[in-house]
Structures are given as C-alpha cells and as structure tokens.
Ligand binder design. Structure first.
Ligand code: APR
Ligand code: ZN
Ligand code: ZN
Length: 370
C-alpha cells in the first residue's frame, strides 16, 4: 500500500478537497497507474452534487493518461512502464453482450476489486468510490488492468488522456454510432467538449457539410477551428430550417442532414435533431438527459414516416483497445487536433475552480497535470 494526494468529494454538494488516500498494491487483474494528466468532465461535477448516486466519498477524475507502475500477479495485457489512457469500458468477454459480439455494450465491465481509502480525517479508512471506476485526480490510482489501454508513448498526455471520456464520446458518436463517412452531411447540436469532438470526428471521416449548432458564438468559433464547415447560432435562427437549407445547397433534394448528433442532452434539442435529419437519416443522442426529461408532442407518424434510425451513444460506442491507439496515431500524424480540446492545464488544487469555468462555458477542457 502507498499514500498519495487526490481530489475527493467527501459529502454531497461540498467543495472538493485535496486529501491523502491509501492505494493498495495491485492484486490479481489490477494495476496501479501513476497519473500524468486528468481532464475535468461534467460527470465529476455530477458526482460531487450527488447527481449520480450517494456513495460518498468519491475519488473524482476519469479522463486520464499515465504510466503503469505495477501490475497484479496474473496481468499480461500491460506491464510497468507502459504509457496508457484509462478507460471505463474494460470488457468482460463473458456477458450476454460480449458473447453476441457487441463488446461495446458490455454489461459487466471490469474495475479494481480492492478499494482505495481515505488516509486522514474523522472518516479515515472510509472506502472511496472512484468516478466511473477510475478516480484519477490522484497521483496514483488503482484500476482493473483492462482499464489501461496502451498507446504511443510519445503522445502528449494532456491531449490523449481526453480520449478516456468526453472526446471519445463525441468522436465515437459520429464515427461509430452515426457511421459518418465521406459523402454524408452531419449536423451537431451543442458544441461543448463532446459536440466539438463529434464535429472533429465527422471532419476526420470526410463528411461535408459539417454543421455546428450552438447558442454561444464562442463555441461556434471553436467548432470551426475543429472542422465545422458551417455554423448556426440557434439563439438567432431556427436550426432546423438552417440545417435543411445548408444541406439542400450541397445535395440537391436533401431535406436535412444524413446524421444529426445531439450533444446537449435536452428534449428541445433532441427534437430539433429529429426534424433536422433527412428522410431515413440518423439521430444520435450523446448528450445525457436527466431522469425527468420527456419529449412531448412527438407524433408517432413522424417517427414512422421519416424512417431511419434514432440511436443513443454511450461512450461513443467505443472499444478502447480498437479506438484509442488508432485515434492517438491520427493525432500524432496531425490529422486529429486533440490539443485543441485542452483549454488550460491546471494543478490538483484547481478542480473546484475548473468546475466553475465549465459551468460558465469558458472552457472545453481544463486538464489537471499531476
Ligand atoms: N441549443 C444549442 N446548444 C445548446 C443549447 C441549446 N438549446 N443549450 C446548451 N447548448 C450548448 C452550450 O452552449 C454548450 O456549448 O451545448 C453545449 C454543452 O456543452 P458542455 O456544457 O460543455 O457539455 P459537454 O461536456 O460537451 O457535454 C455535453 O454530453 O456527456 C454529456 O453530460 C454531458 O449532457 C452533456 C453533454
Ligand atoms: Zn461483457
Ligand atoms: Zn467524463
């Protein structure tokens, strides 16, 4: 066991704290990873607010890159010294989804078996719940070995670590779930970190036009930097009409975009996506709604009559072992600008301030450097 510094949400709604935690030595199937960088994601804030569950204290952070320090006795997939991006989809190979070949739907993904614990304070010894089974706002963390995906060690950690969550969700929403290819038109509604990643993924796949929609002009400017060919400020004009107009100007007869990606997670914007897609087009919901949200007044005949596919995308339907090394290579070749997602590099004590910036839409990603 060893003691390291880490960012913990002790109780619901309270600001996060930098504390000392105990990290066990890796047991069977486990690895200890020395964290290099970890991005700040909305999900960390949701944990802190009690919006995911009540299993406090949480060890936050889950968009991380680092170097494997030690592995358990039976681990063969990674070794000490490997540069890895951490994932929250360590597939089991044995559940119903894995057995039928849908590994990206694995229902029993692996996490570390042993628990990390608080080292100090009145609740010393309390077991930590690591965010998404990772917990990487920490100098070191304990994960299942399958959560470590080895990638090119020359890559910049702050950039490629983001593939561990939000950026992969967006890119995967486009290329995996939406099956975006050359010759297709795409619209992305909501251009935060996830939506801009969907824009970048669509551009990478050769789609045109790639239409970015947001209510914030700064976000639209960033989307253009990352590959959007057109922008629509939906606080100023009707995004459905604008998407239809832009697509028809490129492809005669088009009645919308072939693929519309919703990256906000709200009924109004999902409905815009629904009506902005071409006949037989695809809607991909990658924004995460809250439990009480409903889509009101959607005529079932419109669902039937427009055909196509209404999909959702969890973690960009990614397979880390397939997608992370491939995307890191494209990044290294200059074909995917992962640096563009890193708005700032911050210290371990700056997570609470980063939540504030995220809340005000000031950043795509703040990345903690450990
Ligand atoms: N129409 C268009 N864009 C909108 C609207 C709207 N009505 N409301 C908000 N937006 C934009 C915001 O301006 C912002 O640019 O959606 C974007 C949301 O981005 P972020 O808050 O940075 O969130 P992000 O990290 O991209 O995640 C998007 O996916 O993972 C989930 O929980 C996450 O639901 C969230 C979504
Ligand atoms: Zn499985
Ligand atoms: Zn995340």
């Amino acid at each position: 066991m060893q003691q390291v510094k880490a960012v913990v949400a002790r109780t619901k709604g309270a600001p996060v704290e930098v504390v000392t935690i105990n990290v066990p030595d890796p047991g069977p199937g486990e690895a200890v990873v020395k964290i290099s960088t970890c991005g700040v994601c909305h999900t960390d804030l949701h944990y802190r607010e009690g919006g995911i569950n009540d299993d406090f204290p949480f060890l936050l952070g889950h968009e991380a890159a680092g170097v494997v320090e030690a592995v358990g006795p039976d681990v063969t997939g990674v070794a000490p010294g490997d540069f890895v991006v951490l994932n929250w989809r360590a597939v089991c190979g044995e559940c119903r989804a894995c057995k039928r070949g849908d590994l990206h739907y694995c229902f029993a993904t692996h996490n570390a078996t042993q628990k990390m614990t608080l080292a100090d304070g009145p609740d010393a010894g309390a077991e930590l719940s690591p965010a998404l089974g990772i917990g990487a706002f920490a100098e070191k963390t304990l994960v299942a070995a399958g959560q470590c995906t080895k990638v090119d060690a020359e890559a910049r950690p702050a950039a490629v670590g983001l593939l561990g969550c939000g950026v992969m969700a967006g890119i995967g929403a486009a290329i995996n779930t939406g099956a975006v290819t050359r010759g297709k038109s795409v619209a992305v509604i909501g251009c935060g970190g996830v939506g801009v990643a969907a824009v970048a993924g669509s551009a990478l796949a050769g789609a045109s036009p790639v239409i970015a929609v947001d209510i914030d002009a700064k976000k639209l400017a960033k989307a253009v930097e990352m590959g959007a060919t057109h922008t629509v400020d939906s606080s100023q004009s009707d995004p459905v009409e604008e998407i239809k107009r832009i697509c028809a100007a490129t492809y005669e007869g088009a009645e919308g975009a072939d693929v519309v990606i919703e990256a906000v997670g709200r009924p109004e914007t999902w409905k815009q996506a629904f009506y902005a897609r071409d006949l037989a087009g695809t809607v991909v919901l990658v924004g995460v709604p809250t439990p009480e949200m409903k889509v009101p007044d959607l005529p079932l005949i419109d669902v039937f009559g427009r055909g196509g596919a209404l999909k959702s995308s969890w973690y960009g339907d990614c397979l880390p072992s397939r997608d992370f090394p491939m995307l890191v290579d494209l990044y290294r070749q200059g074909r995917l600008d992962l640096d563009g997602f890193v708005s700032e590099e911050i210290g371990i004590g700056d997570v609470e301030a980063a939540f504030e910036k995220m809340h005000h839409g000031e950043v795509l990603r703040s990345v903690v450097v450990l």
